[in-house]
Structure formats: C-alpha cells, structure tokens
Design a protein around this ligand. Structure first.
Ligand code: NAD
Length: 350
C-alpha cells in the first residue's frame, strides 16, 4: 500500500502532517513518500508538477494532497502557477470521478446557515464526472457570425463515460445507504437524455440499489429544502461543479470537508475541499480534520478497508463530541485547540 504524500503550500504541510500521523497510528503497512507539488515545486524546480513527483504519483496506489497556491505565485507565467500542478496531476492520473461528501456532525449544526433541524445529521455524497461534458467538448470558442460575436461550447458525453461514472456511484452507494439519485436536464438537453438512459441501463447490474432521477433545477432546490432525502447524487461535470459546492456549504464548515478523485482502478487522489489558506499558514491553527477525513476516504475507496475508515471517522466524531474545536469551527464554551492538538485528540480517540 504505497501512498504518495504531497503537502503542497500554505497550511498544506501542517494539515497533511496530522493526517499522516493518523494513518501511521492505524498499524497498517503503508509505504509513504513525500514529494513537491504546487508553489513549493515551482520554487525548487521551476515546474509545479516536477518529474520526480510524477514518477512517485504514478507508482503509488493513492495520493494524499494538502493544498496548493498562494499570493506569491499569482503573477507567475501560467505554466508556473501552482494550480497548473493540480490540473496536471489530475489529468496525468486519469482521475474521472470526484467524490465529495457533505456531512454535518450534529455538534456543528450551528455552523450551517440553514436551520439545524434541516441539516443536523446530514450525510450525502456528490459524485461528479470530472473529465467530460461542456468543459471539454468541441467545438468551443468565440467567433463572429453575421457581424456579431457568438460564444460556443459543446455538451458531450459518450455512453462509456456515463457508464463508468454511474458504476462509481452505484459502488459508492453499496458502502452507504444504497440510494442513488441521478441528476440531469433530460427535458431540454439530448446529451442528458442519453445520460439518463445509460444510468438506467447500468442500474440493471445493481438491483440492490434504489435509483431515482431528478432534474438539476429541482435538485438545486431540494438540496436546500430537504437535503437529508439524498444518499448518493451522481451527475455530470458542470452540474456537479455547482451542486457539489452548494452541498458542501450546507455544512458551513470548510475545514471539515474531504474529497476524493478516482481513476478506473480506484487509485485516488485525496485532498481537503478547501485551499491553502495563506492567511493562517504557519500559525498552527488550521483545522486538519478535512485532511484526516480525506485519509479515511482513501482507506475506504482505494484500500477497501471499511473498518479502518470507520475508525478514523468515529475518532473525528468523538473529538467533536468532546468539544475540541479549531478556530474555524469554534463556539463559546468549547475547547479551542491548534492543528497539532487536534491531531493529538484524534490519535487519542483512535
Ligand atoms: P481557502 O480555502 O484557502 O481559504 C478560504 C478561507 O477559509 C480562509 O479564510 C482560510 O483561512 C479558511 N480556511 C480554509 N481552510 C481552512 C482550514 N483547514 N482551517 C481553518 N480555516 C481554513 O481559499 P482561498 O483563500 O480562496 O484560496 C487561497 C489559496 O488556495 C489560493 O492560492 C487558491 O488558488 C488556493 N486554492 C487551492 C485549492 C487546492 O489546492 N485544491 C483549492 C482552492 C483554493
């Protein structure tokens, strides 16, 4: 079980260090090696995704990433920007499935802008296709027609692309509450009519999963009206981009949100949904829980170790119940701790 660890920039090194400590404490036989990605890689080699990192990432079973970016690299030429490293590794590893859970721990229900009774206990998973759709379709561009400018993008999905992301959603549902809601806009877009047809065909291999369909506009409403009706939501790249951000903000706490991006063999890149938080970098106050929960997703989806994944997730629940809070999720009356103390508390809970 080889893990490539990419701490990255800003708070990245602080939060990945805690996730690595948690992984090491599980008593499993991981081989972990660190490499550079993002701004730190640009500084050291001139390349945000250097060759040594490529080699290590390709050879690993899973990648644990902190975050990349920071103001000191914002004016670099495009190919020397930290985000290039992130896009580069996602493309290089063929990661086509993005999994973003939105879990609201009852103890943090006040962090949401929605009423606690609507969101307390929320546990949904958005599965977003990551490499197709209108973001990549051809033709695209801005051209002049009849004397005026016209902007063009093309929404396109092949049945094989739809089938493979549908399978990821059905498999993920098997590790959860066995419900999948597929989101499309089949009343208007032929491309998503095909999406719905292929999802229905694929579902025949998963008779144990309850499949439903929802139009994307309705889904956007249902996510804020009654989000607890969902278990797994599967959708295309553009709808998923928007719905996954909407779903994650139901929880209101950016420092708590993990994510996974998978290839066809369940090799995965695991990272918190937040960025490198340059405003608090180096202060030892960042919340490491999103990264620790990303490590739990790694145990579940790449290493197929549900027991270890649950151990880590239960340890996180326990520290929240014990009242430990980093600054981003702090409420009066709780115990305010820094990054390392939060890691210590998770280790103790393990
Ligand atoms: P951000 O997520 O880094 O920060 C937004 C706010 O949330 C900040 O106030 C920050 O302090 C806080 N925050 C984020 N994570 C936290 C944590 N774990 N604990 C406590 N507080 C936390 O977003 P931003 O400020 O828009 O971007 C900062 C940099 O991160 C930029 O260079 C951006 O390009 C980069 N970025 C990287 C990724 C990634 O690596 N995947 C994602 C988003 C942004």
């Amino acid at each position: 079980m080889k893990i490539c660890v990419l701490p990255g920039d800003g708070i990245g090194p602080e939060i990945t260090a805690e996730a690595v400590r948690v992984l090491k404490a599980l008593g499993l036989e991981f081989e972990m090696e660190e490499a550079l990605l993002g701004g730190c890689a640009v500084d050291a080699t001139g390349n945000p995704y250097p060759e040594a990192t490529q080699k290590l990432a390709r050879a690993a079973d899973a990648v644990l990433l902190g975050a990349v970016g920071g103001p000191q690299w914002d004016n670099n030429p495009r190919e020397q920007r930290p985000e290039r490293g992130l896009l580069g590794i996602r493309k290089d590893l063929g990661l086509f499935a993005n999994l973003r859970p939105a879990v609201l721990y009852p103890e943090l229900a006040n962090a949401s802008t929605l009423k606690p009774e609507v969101v307390a206990g929320l546990d949904i998973l958005i599965v977003r296709e990551l490499t197709g759709d209108i973001y990549f379709g051809q033709p695209r561009g801005i051209e002049t027609r009849n004397g005026e400018r016209v902007g063009v993008n093309t929404m396109v999905y092949s049945e094989s692309e739809i089938r493979r992301i549908a399978r990821v959603a059905f498999e993920a549902a098997r590790k959860r509450n066995r419900k999948v809601c597929s989101v499309d806009k089949m009343n208007v877009l032929e491309c998503t009519q095909l999406w719905r047809d292929v999802v229905i065909e694929t579902a025949r291999d998963y008779p144990d999963i309850e499949l439903s369909h929802m139009l994307v506009d309705n889904c956007a409403m249902q996510l804020v009206r009654n989000p607890k009706q969902f278990d797994v939501v599967v959708t295309g790249n553009m709808f998923g981009d928007i719905l996954s951000d909407e779903a994650s903000m139901l929880t209101g706490s950016i420092g708590m949100l993990p994510s996974a991006s998978l290839d066809e063999k369940n090799k995965g890149l695991y990272e918190p949904s937040h960025g490198s938080a340059p405003d608090i970098a180096g202060k030892g106050v960042a919340n490491p829980l999103a990264t620790i929960l990303s490590a739990a997703m790694m145990l579940r989806y790449t290493f197929n170790n549900e027991t270890a994944a649950n151990r880590v997730e239960n340890a996180v629940k326990k520290v929240l119940a014990q009242g430990f809070r980093t600054g981003d999720i702090y409420e009066p009356g709780m115990k305010r701790v820094g990054t390392k103390e939060m890691g210590d508390a998770v280790l103790a809970a393990l």
